[in-house]
Design a protein around this ligand. Sequence first.
Ligand code: IPM
Ligand code: MG
Length: 354
Amino acid sequence: MKILVLPGDGIGPEIVAQAKKVLNKLASEGMPIELSEAPLGGAAYDQFGSPYPEFTQKLAREADAILLGAVGGPQYDKLERPLRPERGLLAIRKDLNLFANLRPAILYPELANASTLKPEVVSGLDILIVRELTGDIYFGQPRGIRVNDNGEREGFNTMLYAESEIRRIAHVAFQAAQKRNKKVCSIDKSNVLETTEFWKEIVTDVAKEYPDVELSHMLVDNAAMQLVKAPKQFDVMVTGNIFGDILSDEASMLTGSIGMLPSASLDANNKGLYEPSHGSAPDIAGKDVANPLATILSAAMLLRYTFNEEAAAQRIENAVKKVLADGLRTGDIFEEGTTRVGCSAMGDAVVAAL
Ligand code: IPM
Ligand code: MG
C-alpha cells in the first residue's frame, strides 16, 4: 500500500500529521502501509520553483494513493498564474486523470447545533456530490486575457465537455447511488448553456443502464436554493467541475463546519488523491488549532476506495464519532458544554479511540 503524503501549505502539515498518526497505528498492527512524502503547491514552489515539480510528479505516479493536506497562501498571490499553488493542485488532478471527485456532506448528530440552519432542516443529512474534476471551463481552451478588435481588454474561458467525459462521470454517480438511496440529481444550466444541455442529454442516456436508480435534473441556480431550503431531498448530485466546486462548498456548510468533510478524487482504476474539502487556512496555520478530522476521514476514504479496506475505513470513522460523542471539539465546532482541544490532541484522541 504505497501512499504518498503531500502536506502542502498553511495548516496542511499539521492536519496531515494527525492522519499519519492514524495510518501509522494501522501499520503497527500489520497493515502493509508504506508512506513517502513530497511537497505540492507553495511548499513545492519554495523548494523546487514549481507548484507540481518533477520530484513530486514521479512519486505521485508511482503511488497507489495520495493523501493531501491543502495548498495556497497569501505569500504566493503575486506569483504569475502558472506558478501559484492552486495550479499545482489542478496539475496533479489532470496529470493523474483524477476525474471523479466524491464530496460527501454528512451531518454528525453531535454537531447538529453547529450548522447555521435549523436542526430539523439538516438532521440526518447525507448527500454525496459527484463533481467532474478534469474538464469544463477549468481546462477548456482557448482561455486568456486579450485585447479585442475594439482595442478593449477582455477575459475569456471555454466551457467544454466531450461525450466520453460526461459518460464516465455519470457512471460513477449512478454506481455510487446504487450503494446508497438510488437517486441521482444531475445539475445543469441547460436553459442557457449548450455545454450543459449536452451534459443533460448524455446523463439521461447513461441512466438507461441503471433502471434501479431514479434520475432527476435541476438547474444549478435552483439547486443552490434547494440545498439550503430542503437539502435532505438529495442523495447523489452529479455535476460539472465549476458547478460542483460551488455547490460542494455550499453543501459543506449544511454540516456546520467544512473542517469535517473529506473528499476523494479517483481515476478509472480507483487510484486516488484524498484531501479535506477545506483550504489551507493560513490565518490559523502553525497554531495547533485546526480541525484534523476532515483529513483523518480522508484517510478512511483512501482505505475504502483505493484499497477496498472497508473494515479499516469504518474503524476510523467510528473512532471519529467516538471522540465527538466524548465531547472533544476543535475551535471551529466548539460549543458550550464540550471540551476544546487542539489539532494534535484531537489526532491523539482519534488514535486512542481506534
Ligand atoms: C477545490 C478548490 C480548488 C478548485 C482550487 C483551490 C483550485 O476550490 O478543491 O474545490 O477550485 O477545484
Ligand atoms: Mg472549491
